[in-house]
Design a protein around this ligand. Structure first.
Ligand code: ADP
Length: 658
């Protein structure tokens, strides 16, 4: 049975909540965007790295090109000096240049080229002819030696660099070979070379050094800031006789990984995407968790609702039903859809309680219904009346406003039935007590009446003896009257004895007895009632019946009970059916007795409860008779049952062991 959400009460879904998504399916759901995000991030990182690498190698190429440019400038400067010296050498050889011309030229060279510190002219014997220098230098020996080598070689030759006067000096010798021999020697300072030749725009951002073949720097021109070693290049200078290396080292840093706005925005975008994915994931996980908790709570509430024995019904302020639980539906036999949205009178309304019910509904409408318990009656769909105990409580919403009424309904029909049964049993017990007292009275009465009856019989016999034999035998003769008195007194005595025997309290005592005698002893009491109800009594006793070991008084009680029930059942029947039969016949070495009536028979619904104590369909019935009969028969190891009499009525049968 499904339930519907009460708008005022805590909401319940009309159908079961969807189950929380499994972790596997959640992962599958998230995998594509996650992979796309990661791919984007990797691509962005790759693009940035390639970009960075490109920039670094481009910068390195620039460094190499600049270094080569500086190298060429240095070499060009030295070639230029070589050329000038060669011109002078040619002039010297041809005699056009004498010491004076040389000195003038040398001075002009020293003045315009600050890297040059000394220019000397040696004759063919290695004697200095003229020397021009910016300051006095002790370079004679080196120059003489180099001159010799240069003349021998027949071409210009470099030497050094040598530390002369605290300076690293490069020596160049250009020989003049011919009519007048000699050598022109030039000393150039390495520091000066770097200062003069390396352009300022390069020197500003690069440390430029000249190093020997071991890599030791001999002259360094420092930049405005320290070199970093990121862009460093070295290249040998091409000079005959000297191995010098030009080393450049930039002060620049390597480019940053995120140099451009675009790269930054790509990274930013990727990070934002990833962050939003993570946030979305977390949000989704939280949502799934909440969904799972909600679904668990709902299942729990559903289970609770289904197992609840108390009926619940919610009504809004206009008295319309907004919620009913399964227990309530079961109580009244209607489905929720038949009740929801309906107002007074409801389908289970009891017309007999119209006035009370209408007054209570009016209280619901004007909100004056007291929050207390009261009893009422619902009519189940199958017509059954259901006694209920209702507790009404106001429904308050989250803002503290009253939005309707919630009733909890308990089915107290069973409780009421038990109470009624107990009341009836109480009454029956009281009736039993009265009957017991009556039995006591009957016992005393029969005992007391026995003597006068015996006296009457004795006196009648005495009188008979006194009456002469021939007194006459007319109907109203003394003798016949006395004989009738005697017979009636004897019969009364017999009845009294039967009553006495029947009601006398005693322990069960088995003796060997004959069933015919038991039946005979019962008959007077049976016939007494039979006459009153106009019922014919018939006995059918088989000839050869075994004697039995039994308590005759108990058996009489059984027979009397069965006969009385049979006669009461037949009382309302038409005269031809009012016939009671008591039969006895042998059965399996024992005896089977039958009490047969032609009454209305026993309804199948009552059949199985017949022997239950206090079960009776009669207004004054005790419901103990058949129960006592069964106890008595079982005491005799027999069995008692009933069956329908052919042609209508009931036959009670019981067996007795020999
Ligand atoms: P009581 O006679 O006080 O009602 P019993 O135990 O003797 O109690 O009988 C129980 C019920 O069995 C009776 O109320 C009656 O409805 C049913 N009953 C017993 N005997 C017969 C019968 N012969 N025919 C129809 N109903 C019978």
């Amino acid at each position: 049975m499904s339930t519907t959400a009460p708008p005022a009460a805590s909401p319940l879904p009309a159908t079961g909540a969807s189950a929380a998504r499994a972790p596997g399916s959640r992962l599958r759901h998230w995998l594509p965007p996650l992979l796309a995000g990661l791919l984007l991030l990797v691509t962005a990182a790759g693009v940035l790295w390639l970009n960075w690498r490109g920039e670094v190698s481009h910068r390195m190429e620039v460094q190499v090109a600049d270094t080569l440019w500086v190298k060429q400038s240095l070499e060009f400067q030295l070639r230029h000096h070589e050329e000038t010296l060669r011109e002078l050498a040619t002039g010297w050889r041809q005699g056009r240049v004498g010491p004076t011309e040389f000195a003038a030229k040398a001075r002009s060279m020293l003045a315009t080229n600050h890297e040059l510190v000394r220019i000397a002219l040696y004759d063919g014997d290695g004697q200095a002819v003229a020397i021009e220098e910016t300051r006095a230098l002790d370079a004679g020996a080196i120059e003489t030696e180099l001159s010799t080598y240069a003349r021998r070689r027949g071409s210009e030759l470099y030497a050094g660099p040598n530390d002369i006067g605290g300076q690293q000096l490069l020596t160049l010798a250009v020989p003049a070979v011919g009519k007048r021999e000699g050598t022109l020697v030039l000393e150039a300072s390495l520091d000066g070379l770097l200062q003069e030749v390396v352009p300022w725009w390069f020197a500003r951002n690069n440390e430029v050094a000249l190093a020997n073949s071991f890599g030791d720097p001999l002259a360094v021109r420092r930049a405005t800031s320290p070199a970093r070693g990121n862009y460093r290049h070295q290249t040998p200078l091409e000079m005959p006789g000297v191995a010098l290396t030009l080393v450049t080292d930039s002060t620049e840093d390597t480019p940053r990984l995120l140099p451009s706005l675009m790269s930054a925005s790509v990274v930013g975008l990727s990070l934002t995407l990833l962050a939003s994915l993570v946030l979305l994931w977390r949000d989704n996980t939280r949502r799934a968790d909440a969904e799972r908790r909600l679904s668990e709570q709902l299942s729990f509430r559903q289970a609770m609702d289904n197992s609840l024995m108390t009926g619940l019904r919610a009504r809004d302020l206009s008295g319309r039903v907004t919620y009913v639980n399964p227990a309530f539906c079961k109580m009244v036999g209607y489905a929720p859809e038949e009740l929801l949205g309906r107002s007074w009178p409801m389908p289970y309304h009891d017309p007999e309680r119209d006035r009370v019910s209408r007054a209570r509904f009016a209280q619901v409408l004007d909100g004056t219904l007291p929050a207390s318990e009261f009893e009422s009656v619902f009519v189940h769909r199958d017509g059954r009346r259901v006694h209920v105990l209702i507790h009404e409580a106001p429904l308050i919403d989250a803002r503290g406003r009253r939005t309707g009424w919630m009733s909890s309904v308990h089915d107290i029909t069973e409780r009421r039935r038990v109470e009624e049964l107990s009341r009836q049993q109480q009454e029956k017990l009281q009736a039993t007590a009265r009957l017991v007292t009556m039995g006591e009275v009957a016992s005393t009465l029969s005992h007391e009446l026995n003597q006068p009856l015996s006296a009457i019989t004795a006196y009648a016999t005495g009188c008979l003896n006194l009456v002469p034999e021939d007194e006459g035998d007319g109907e109203f003769s003394l003798r016949s009257t006395l004989e009738k008195i005697q017979r009636q007194a004897a019969r009364a005595g017999q009845i009294i004895r039967s009553v006495h025997d029947f009601v006398r309290r005693r322990e069960p005592a088995k003796t060997r007895c004959r069933i015919e005698e038991v039946i005979d002893a019962t008959l007077p009491l049976v016939q007494m009632q039979a006459r009153k109800l106009g019922i014919a009594v018939e006995t059918r006793i088989a000839a050869e019946l075994p004697t039995i070991d039994a308590d005759p008084v108990m058996l009489e009680q059984v027979l009397l009970n069965l006969a009385r029930n049979a006669m009461e059942a037949m009382a309302p029947m038409p005269a031809p059916r009012r016939k009671l039969e008591i039969a006895a016949e042998p059965r399996d070495a024992g005896i089977e007795l039958a009490v047969v009536d032609h009454g209305p028979g026993i309804a199948p619904a009552d059949a199985e409860r017949l022997f239950t104590p206090f079960f009776s369909t009669k207004a004054e019935g005790m419901g103990m008779g058949l129960n006592i009969c069964r106890t008595a028969i079982e005491f005799h190891r027999g069995r008692i049952w009933h069956e329908a009499t052919a042609g209508g009525g009931t036959t009670f049968r019981f067996t007795l062991q020999p």
